[in-house]
Design a protein around this ligand. Sequence first.
Ligand SMILES: Nc1ncnc2c1ncn2[C@@H]1O[C@H](COP(=O)(O)OP(=O)(O)OP(=O)(O)O)[C@@H](O)[C@H]1O
Ligand SMILES: O=C(O)c1ccc[n+]([C@@H]2O[C@H](COP(=O)([O-])O)[C@@H](O)[C@H]2O)c1
Length: 205
Amino acid sequence: MKIAVMGGTFDPIHNGHLIAAEYARTSLKLDKVIFIPSGVHPFKNNRNITEGKKRLDILSLAIESNKYFDISNIEINREGTTYTIDTIRALKEIYREDEIYFIIGSDIIFEIVQWKGFQELIELCNFILLYRLGKNEDKIENKIEELNRLYGLKFEKVNAPLIEISSTEIRERVKRDLSIKYLVPEIVEGYIYKHKLYSRENING
Ligand SMILES: Nc1ncnc2c1ncn2[C@@H]1O[C@H](COP(=O)(O)OP(=O)(O)OP(=O)(O)O)[C@@H](O)[C@H]1O
Ligand SMILES: O=C(O)c1ccc[n+]([C@@H]2O[C@H](COP(=O)([O-])O)[C@@H](O)[C@H]2O)c1
């Protein structure tokens, strides 16, 4: 089986994530995509991130209509900083016979060498690359070539529509009382308003 992981902060998950994951699944014939929200993110200022339980709840709502999508609380429940290498090692124990893929947007390729256990990580899993606009867009191909030359890292590229929605934009729009209709699934929109996430009064969720 081909098992893919889509890791992220998912604060909140949006249609850019979902469309990208679905394109990766269909174009690479993945059997399953597991969305794994990060716990304590290695590089982000975690004080401003919505609590894990809520990000997980939103994810469950967002993926419930897709039988190929799944979620895992493995990182939310882990003590301390959550590193991808630990997650992939754990998944390798569960899916011993299967190929593991990790899905990333092209913004990630500029930082991936700094990830913990980078060398081991690229031996344990394959990487699926989704293009994103605006984030060092003009330097992407050079970076891919460099990662291949220096580390032998190869990406499975997916030609998904470039839908430049970001969680930052969702949070900002809610804060400014602007519509997020069609940027997130309707059920996610409802959850955000019900729990007053990202609003002026409660910016930390
Ligand atoms: N619109 C998109 N298209 C393709 N990939 C995306 C898109 N948005 C996020 N990703 C990828 O999904 C993964 C998780 O992203 P993350 O949860 O950080 O979302 P984000 O929208 O980039 O968040 P933020 O704006 O808070 O930084 C990363 O690999 C990221 O590159
Ligand atoms: O393992 C690391 O050192 C590491 C450093 C930065 C990011 N990651 C992972 O990369 C994924 C995408 O992260 P982000 O920043 O887009 O939310 C998410 O699963 C993070 O846990 C992992």
